[in-house]
Write a protein of this length. Structure first.
Length: 86
Protein backbone atom coordinates (compact mmCIF):
# COMPACT_ATOMS: atom_id res chain seq x y z
CA UNK A 1 0.00 0.00 0.00
CA UNK A 2 1.27 3.46 -0.89
CA UNK A 3 1.78 6.14 1.73
CA UNK A 4 -0.51 8.42 -0.28
CA UNK A 5 -4.23 7.83 -0.79
CA UNK A 6 -6.30 10.14 -2.97
CA UNK A 7 -10.08 10.21 -3.36
CA UNK A 8 -11.05 11.47 -6.82
CA UNK A 9 -13.75 11.85 -9.43
CA UNK A 10 -13.24 11.87 -13.21
CA UNK A 11 -15.05 15.18 -13.62
CA UNK A 12 -12.92 17.12 -11.15
CA UNK A 13 -10.08 19.19 -12.60
CA UNK A 14 -8.43 19.44 -9.20
CA UNK A 15 -8.39 15.64 -8.94
CA UNK A 16 -6.54 15.48 -12.27
CA UNK A 17 -4.09 18.18 -11.15
CA UNK A 18 -3.36 16.43 -7.86
CA UNK A 19 -2.66 13.13 -9.63
CA UNK A 20 -0.48 14.92 -12.20
CA UNK A 21 1.58 16.54 -9.43
CA UNK A 22 2.12 13.18 -7.75
CA UNK A 23 2.95 11.55 -11.08
CA UNK A 24 5.46 14.32 -11.91
CA UNK A 25 7.20 13.69 -8.58
CA UNK A 26 7.25 9.95 -9.23
CA UNK A 27 5.22 9.30 -6.08
CA UNK A 28 3.06 6.21 -5.86
CA UNK A 29 -0.48 6.59 -4.60
CA UNK A 30 -3.65 4.61 -4.17
CA UNK A 31 -6.53 6.26 -6.02
CA UNK A 32 -10.04 5.73 -4.77
CA UNK A 33 -12.44 6.85 -7.53
CA UNK A 34 -15.81 7.95 -6.24
CA UNK A 35 -17.68 8.54 -9.50
CA UNK A 36 -20.11 5.68 -9.05
CA UNK A 37 -20.39 5.93 -5.27
CA UNK A 38 -23.78 7.18 -4.10
CA UNK A 39 -23.38 9.53 -1.17
CA UNK A 40 -19.62 9.83 -1.63
CA UNK A 41 -19.48 13.18 0.13
CA UNK A 42 -20.55 11.56 3.40
CA UNK A 43 -17.92 8.85 2.94
CA UNK A 44 -15.29 11.55 2.38
CA UNK A 45 -16.41 13.49 5.42
CA UNK A 46 -16.29 10.38 7.59
CA UNK A 47 -12.87 9.27 6.35
CA UNK A 48 -11.06 12.57 5.77
CA UNK A 49 -12.96 15.38 7.46
CA UNK A 50 -13.47 17.05 4.06
CA UNK A 51 -16.29 16.69 1.56
CA UNK A 52 -14.78 17.95 -1.69
CA UNK A 53 -12.57 16.08 -4.15
CA UNK A 54 -9.80 15.43 -4.26
CA UNK A 55 -9.04 14.51 -0.69
CA UNK A 56 -5.45 13.47 -0.08
CA UNK A 57 -4.17 11.44 2.84
CA UNK A 58 -0.45 11.11 3.50
CA UNK A 59 0.57 8.30 5.81
CA UNK A 60 -3.08 8.09 6.89
CA UNK A 61 -3.26 11.79 7.77
CA UNK A 62 -5.72 13.97 5.82
CA UNK A 63 -3.93 16.97 4.34
CA UNK A 64 -6.79 18.41 2.26
CA UNK A 65 -7.10 18.77 -1.49
CA UNK A 66 -5.01 19.87 -4.44
CA UNK A 67 -4.25 23.33 -3.09
CA UNK A 68 -2.88 21.93 0.17
CA UNK A 69 -0.90 19.26 -1.71
CA UNK A 70 0.59 21.91 -4.00
CA UNK A 71 1.49 24.08 -1.01
CA UNK A 72 3.24 21.19 0.76
CA UNK A 73 5.18 20.44 -2.41
CA UNK A 74 6.16 24.03 -3.18
CA UNK A 75 7.30 24.58 0.41
CA UNK A 76 9.40 21.42 0.32
CA UNK A 77 7.32 19.71 3.00
CA UNK A 78 5.82 16.86 0.94
CA UNK A 79 8.87 14.59 0.77
CA UNK A 80 9.67 14.98 4.49
CA UNK A 81 6.12 13.87 5.35
CA UNK A 82 6.68 10.73 3.30
CA UNK A 83 10.14 10.18 4.79
CA UNK A 84 8.58 10.06 8.26
CA UNK A 85 6.67 6.94 7.23
CA UNK A 86 9.82 5.05 6.23
Amino acid sequence: MADIRIYTTRWCGYSRRAKALLDERGLEYDEIPLDDEIGFRQKLLDETGGFTVPQVLIVGRPIGGYTELLRLDSEGRLEPLLDQAA
